[in-house]
Design a protein around this ligand. Sequence first.
Ligand code: UGA
Length: 342
Amino acid sequence: MKILILGVNGFIGNSLAARILEEKDWEIYGMDIRNDKLEGCIGNKNFHFVEGDISINKEWIEYHVKKCDVVMPLVAIATPATYVREPLKVFELDFEENLAIVRLCVKYKKRLIFPSTSEVYGMCPDKEFNEDESPLVLGPIRKQRWIYSASKQLLDRVIWAYGFQRGLKFTLFRPFNWIGPKLDELTSDPEKEGSSRVVTQFISSLFLSEPIRLVDGGMQRRCFTYVDDGIECLIKIIEDRDGRLNGEIFNIGNPENEATIKDLAHKLRELFMNHPSTKHYKKHSEIIEVYSKEFYGEGYQDIDFRVPSIKKAKEMIGWEPKVDLDTALRKTLEYYLESNLK
Ligand code: UGA
């Protein structure tokens, strides 16, 4: 099997590629604007990498869509601060550029495995979000945060319509707050505040002995999923030989790993402080509260809770997550501690 992974250096891409090369004899053709997370892949005979940009290197992409059996376009902006600050950039990359790839899959009749997002459910009131039943509830237009969710939702609908009207073979997956090594870069630049996802944002603050900031009190909840669990599910989706998963949408999350953002801050701080390598830290981060208006800007609106139903993934894919929250946080933090000490 030949797989095209666009955005192969990203958080999901690099981890997926490394696991495929370890366990399967599949060939990977990958493109990304960077290659700093691919040390385990480059040099492997089944890994063919080119540095490039999906908005520029269109000929390379078309040629490789034609050549491969499965296409996974993983290029997207996925940080809420950017949804608020640069909504057009999110629309152009996450929607427009990806739509062009979807259309190539239609043209060359290739199987598409596409990342939707937990964000499409928005402020859905359901206790557990169900792929085929739950309503998708977004806020007003002036709340720019929803541009990511709306872009992804429309693309989900367009992909669905291509399946319905033109026979496109596709599977959509919705990651729920995946965490793990190489999630985002740590930042010490105040200009980039809020530019990574919450776990890496908190780890950056811990390294700098700066306050950990809870947006609007930190009582909002998320279900954190360890990346290895998510990747295992993705590999099973790619493996679908008889087309049973065609036209289906799957939540990939861990409903058992629910925590408030405040709990998350306390857990991470404790893990950090108790780690042998941080003994020399004289000052530890305080945990403080900030208003979202100041942290993200007026265009922000939050999601109070978000629990995936994974019944469908269990039944149709035979998958369920294994890594509990404390282990997931410890492994994520250890990666950053180790790479920071190098
Ligand atoms: C994320 C992003 O949209 C995407 O990465 C992705 O599509 C999706 O969710 C997912 O991974 O499932 P969200 O969970 O809101 O959205 O993003 P985070 O930046 O990780 O924030 C989580 C919560 O922590 C939010 O309520 C946010 O307000 C809060 N937060 C974030 C803080 O309290 N302090 C911070 O420093 C950063």
